[in-house]
Design a protein around this ligand. Structure first.
Ligand code: GLP
Length: 640
């Protein structure tokens, strides 16, 4: 729960509880739902729940199912209303919200089917208005919603109330925002397959619920949460209207909370304990806000920008500036594997051993390349023993047309050969499936496997650009991914063991991974947790004690220099090589949603991030590089 006082929350216009892990948050929310159900049962009444879809509530639903299975919580007196549904999708469509609710919730609980309400995506267009009014009437007839669960979209939507939705809007048909469709592109294997319309409860409908619970995990939600929680009430951020509700609370994890003032600029909300890290953060943000190099900050700059206490407690601007400037400078290195025979007392990586064993984990193909292709290339060039491990094949996101292209290639190759009857009939089966299925239908295991093979081929080609030969590239095909699908992944010990055994075999001096701020149910978030668990299991082994674990920034916002422990500059030629490497993941076009970007390919975003980090270092008065890849040391305390 919150460890900070209410003084720290003075900018927050919605009560917000911040949790180290989303598990703790959902236990609390599930507990209050269970209490409500119990109280109502004792009174012989029903409890009315408003339910949401998306990745965010999945853990909450798992906890409710656990309470039902293990603790005998009955849902027989529960009535549910879902927020929204894609227009045009049947209840059986794997991406429909009705299907999601069946699989995640309804199939596992004893809610009477007649008590379940999810907007129907197939209502004829001419009947939508009346249907929506009827949906509202049913909510009123049920006694109104007692607890409404909400997620938040990166556009600021609640339900599907996109920017522009009025505070008094009611249940209706809406057109989806571009960012929302981009975010859903991965589920539908391409933005063009995402429905353009939806039916959603209105903002006004939502605000009538007796209690609102907004959940959010991962740093992709941090920026929009700040706007919703601390910004003005405005229809460009419909979630900001939640500020009007007398009984609304946000339950968010630390990654999602990072942009709230109490975390972003803690010194602005009360006295702070000035740790070296906080000093660095304050000075980098002061210099960035004033657009001044660190060494040119004056005492007045500190005093006029809420940092007078820092000067009082720690000395003059002069000494602070030099101290932080040096710290920042020491993060920069062109030797990510350590510089042999050099004094390493101020370098992020030790000089010995000169040749290191380096293990790089990529959750899905492309993630590690986006974050550290230039660094990978450098590590390889400096003769380190690099092993690049793809934890999953990424086969879930591949559009059918990529598979068609590969089949055509194979057909052509085998045309003049004696028939390999088995191979041919396999291809024929795949062709048949591709002819019959819609682009967003679930793939058969054979097609999934085939798509995985294509992703692996792309990955090998991209690694070749970096100088890695196929023996240095491993595919772990973790079972949680191969057996699962988005939002339904369930990892087990088997996944952890596969990673642990690999680490034990390689005994690396350096490990690179990503995903610490990712949504915990995403492939990146799950992969991060699995690697950390595996490393914990290796904790007592000798090699592990000397092993540095680095986090790389992958496809996220560019990190601010205060967060960076190692900045690896890229020359213009290295940046071009990185882009060449990224282009080889051609089946990933337009499929990876990125923070803060409404458009653009993932490689453009990576390039922009790397360039903007370099520009930031430059503006702070350090060196002027073309691009920089960013890393920070993984701390044991980071939540898994
Ligand atoms: C979806 C839903 C919302 C949900 C939001 C966030 O499109 N319509 O109800 O809260 O977008 O989704 P996620 O939880 O997957 O981030």
């Amino acid at each position: 729960m919150d460890s900070l006082s209410s003084e720290a929350e003075q900018y927050e216009r919605i009560g917000t509880a911040v949790f180290q892990s989303s598990d703790d948050a959902v236990r609390l929310v599930a507990g209050s739902i269970a209490r409500l159900i119990g109280e109502r049962r004792a009174e012989g009444r029903t409890a009315v729940l408003g339910l949401a879809t998306g990745s965010t509530p999945v853990k909450l639903y798992r906890e409710l199912v656990r309470l039902h299975n293990d603790e005998g919580l009955s849902f027989a007196n529960v009535v549910t209303f879902n927020l929204d549904e894609y227009y045009g999708l049947s209840p059986h469509h794997p991406e429909s919200y009705r299907y999601f609710m069946q699989v995640q919730v309804f199939n596992h609980l004893d809610i009477p089917p007649e008590n379940i309400h999810v907007p129907d995506g197939l209502v004829p267009r001419s009947e939508v208005f009346g249907y929506c009014q009827e949906y509202e009437r049913k909510i009123v007839a049920a006694g109104g919603i007692d607890i409404q669960i909400l997620g938040i979209g990166r556009s600021g939507h609640i339900g599907f109330n996109e920017p522009g939705s009025a505070v008094d809007s009611r249940t209706r048909m809406v057109a989806l925002d571009r960012l929302t469709r981009r975010d859903a592109a991965r589920d539908f294997r391409g933005e063009e397959n995402v429905p353009a319309y939806a039916i959603t409860m209105g903002v006004g409908t939502i605000l009538e619920a007796k209690e609102l619970v907004l959940l959010a995990w991962g740093e992709s939600k941090a920026a929009i949460l700040r706007e919703a929680i601390e910004g003005p009430q405005i229809d460009t951020v419909p979630a900001s209207f939640l500020q009007r509700h007398p009984n609304c609370r946000c339950y968010i994890d630390e990654a999602a909370a990072r942009e709230l003032t109490r975390f972003r600029s803690r010194w602005k909300v009360g006295p702070v304990d000035w740790t070296p890290l906080l000093i660095r953060k304050a000075i980098v943000s002061l210099a960035s806000d004033l657009n001044k190099p660190v060494l040119r900050l004056r005492d007045e700059d500190y005093a006029e920008n809420g940092l007078a206490t820092l000067i009082l407690e720690t000395g003059s601007a002069y000494s602070l500036n030099i101290r932080v400037f040096n710290e920042l400078q020491h993060t920069i290195t062109g030797w990510p594997g350590g510089k042999p025979n050099a004094d390493d007392s101020n370098r992020p990586v030790p000089a010995v051993p000169a040749q290191k064993r380096v293990l790089v984990f990529g959750p899905e193909p492309l993630d590690a390349e986006l974050g550290m292709a230039g660094t990978l290339h450098r590590l390889r060039r400096h003769q380190h023993e690099v092993t690049f491990v793809y934890l999953t094949s990424g086969n879930l996101g591949m559009p059918d047309n990529e598979a068609r292209m590969a089949i055509s290639l194979l057909n052509e190759l085998s045309a003049d050969r004696p028939a390999d009857s088995q191979g041919k009939s396999r291809l024929a089966q795949l062709t048949d499936e591709l002819e019959k299925k819609a682009p967003f239908d679930e793939d058969s295991p054979a097609l999934r496997q085939f798509k995985g093979v294509i992703r692996k081929a792309e990955a090998r080609a991209s690694c070749h650009v970096l100088g890695l030969d196929p023996s240095q590239v491993l595919f772990l095909d973790l079972p949680f991914y191969e057996k699962g699908r988005y939002r339904q992944f369930k990892s087990t010990d088997e996944d952890v063991t596969a990673i642990r055994q690999l680490c034990q075999r390689i005994q690396p001096h350096q490990i690179y991974l990503t995903g610490s701020g990712a949504e915990p149910g995403s492939v990146s978030g799950i992969s991060f947790r699995l690697v950390v668990l595996a490393l914990k299991e290796c904790g007592l082994e000798t090699w592990m004690k000397a092993c540095q674990v680095w986090l790389y920034a992958s496809g996220e916002r560019p990190w601010s220099p205060h967060e960076i422990d190692m900045a690896v500059p890229l020359s213009p030629a290295e940046l071009a090589l990185k882009l060449d490497c990224l282009y080889h993941h051609r089946s990933q076009r337009s499929q990876t949603p990125f923070l803060g970007t409404q458009s653009g390919e993932s490689w453009q975003q990576a390039e922009n991030n790397n360039r903007s980090t370099a520009q930031h270092y430059d503006r702070l008065g350090l060196a002027e590089y073309e691009a920089i890849e960013s890393f920070r040391r993984h701390k044991e305390s980071e939540a898994v």
